[in-house]
Design a protein around this ligand. Structure first.
Ligand code: UDP
Length: 468
């Protein structure tokens, strides 16, 4: 059987959650499914349609769109519902409001001449499992988080650990059932979990969504077997079946690498072309995190003092930030480091930057996509987790010995001398062992998505499962 025979034209519905870190890997999965002869409808809101352009032009006959307006919600001001503008703290509101698409979708299924036989949807859309049950089709939850982080998330919502002292943000919560028994101070747990109130309708909707993820027919995860084997084995036991498909690293198709996620300037790539091998430090805190001015000052100082070459991707304040307090590059900084480093404001072509030969180190907020991209590109990571699953991701990197801890938390600031020293050390011989280790992992990642690789096998297993 050739790859193109596997899907045998089955029709499925894909539903992304509209944030960059969620939608990009799911679109990469969609591409993989489309190349395996699956017919796909993607549900998208009008403002997010442009994000699909590269995918739709690659698969004009196999992928179609179902465009439904975003239901209104008081916390999401009209007109800013696209993936780039998701307001600060808007994740929960977006989860809630998308739940109102239940009935429009039910109608769409009932009126379709060849309705989908399965739904693959982001794990923030657990209600789609309830919908799938009503329709008598299968739902597969897509996790843009890794297996370890997902294990912690599931454990949190399933067992609902409580603090002894309700006012103590530092009280440690231990996840005894997860391998290696990870533990975190309360403030590092998911912000959505921390605002849960028993009996409150919205809170119960969110909890039900995660429980529905656990109950779903299958789970698809952007990771690879060689990276998280022990946690994959655990998760299969925890959900009670082996329909856990670990299919990563999900990366953009070759032609879409430098334009991925939106228009970017190629200046940064030309600048890197002129820099020496593996010595450039890339600094980026993902698509959502905007540093406070104080944090900006510390990072700038440290970069200046360290003497390293660098690319610093700076995100500007969005809705919910007080523009005066966030994202300001210190005056004169760029002149002081001219020739040695550049600051890029706005969106950068991250996958292309990480894959560039000149880049050897990445100061990251530990978003899972950033980690998968860095591992695939064999780039050592300096870790500064800020929120959500990022603390778990940082733990995993330390466990794998490919991450060096810099700092933790969105509201505090490291010491600039210590950060400068870490920058200097990161490109020196002192981190040779960590860099060798990340090279090994990178090779394993390439093998996983190469011919006969574990993730290719998992994708084929998923497609066969989807088609039955
Ligand atoms: N990204 C990018 N350019 C940017 C910022 C982010 O291409 O300027 C991409 C990055 O490569 C990754 C995604 O956006 O694929 C961010 O996801 P991640 O899970 O790392 O962090 P999040 O933004 O969800 O916190």
């Amino acid at each position: 059987m050739s790859i193109s025979d596997i899907g045998t034209g089955s029709h499925i519905l894909i539903i992304p959650y509209p944030a960059q870190g969620h939608i990009l890997p799911l679109l990469d999965l969609t591409h993989q499914l489309a190349t395996r002869n699956i017919l796909i409808t993607i549900l998208i809101t009008p403002k997010n349609l442009p994000t699909l352009t590269p995918l739709l032009s690659t698969h004009p006959t196999t992928i179609t769109t179902l465009i439904l307006p975003l239901p209104p919600h008081p916390s999401i001001p009209h007109g800013i519902e696209n993936v780039k503008d998701l307001p600060l703290g808007g994740f929960k509101a977006m989860m809630l409001t998308l739940g109102d698409l239940y009935n429009p979708l039910l109608n769409w299924f009932h009126n379709h001449s060849n309705p989908p036989i399965a739904i693959v949807s982001d794990f923030f859309l657990g209600w789609t499992h309830r919908l799938a049950c009503e329709l008598g089709v299968r739902r597969y939850a897509f996790s843009p988080s890794g297996v370890f982080a997902l294990s912690v998330i599931f454990s949190l919502w399933r067992y609902m650990p409580k603090r002894v002292d309700e006012t103590n943000e530092s009280e440690v919560v231990k996840f005894c059932n997860v391998p290696n028994e990870p533990e975190y101070p309360y403030w590092q747990l998911s912000p959505i979990y921390r605002v849960y109130v028993e009996g409150d309708q919205e809170s119960e909707f969110i909890r039900d969504g995660f429980l529905a993820d656990i109950e779903s027919w299958g789970i698809v995860i952007n990771s690879f077997t060689e990276l998280e084997r022990v946690y994959i084995d655990y998760l299969k036991v925890e959900v009670g079946h082996d329909r856990v498909f670990v299919v990563g690293p999900l990366l953009p198709p070759e032609g879409d690498v430098s334009g991925r996620g939106g228009p970017t300037s190629n200046d940064v790539l030309s600048w890197l072309d002129k820099s020496g091998s593996e010595k450039v430090v890339y600094v980026c805190f993902g698509s959502q995190t905007v540093l406070t001015n104080k944090q900006m000052g510390v990072v700038a100082n440290a970069l200046q003092k360290s003497g390293v070459k660098f690319v610093w991707s700076v995100k500007e304040p969005t809705v919910g930030h007080d523009a005066a307090d966030y994202g300001r590059v210190p005056t004169g900084f760029e002149e002081r480091v001219a020739g040695r480093g550049i600051v890029v404001r706005g969106w950068v072509p991250q996958v292309a930057i990480l894959s560039h030969d000149s880049v050897g180190v990445f100061l990251t907020h530990c978003g899972w996509n950033s980690i998968m991209e860095a591992v695939a590109a064999e780039v050592l990571m300096l870790t500064w987790p800020m929120s959500a699953d990022q603390f778990s991701n940082a733990t995993l990197l330390q466990e794998l010995k490919v991450g060096i801890k810099v700092w933790e938390g969105a509201n505090s600031v490291p010491d600039s001398d210590e950060l400068a020293e870490l920058f200097r050390k990161s490109v020196s011989e002192e981190t040779r062992l960590e860099r060798e280790r990340v090279k090994e992992l990178g090779k394993a990642a390439k093998e996983a998505v190469g011919e006969k690789g574990s993730s290719v096998g998992e994708l084929d297993r998923l497609v066969a499962n989807l088609s039955h």
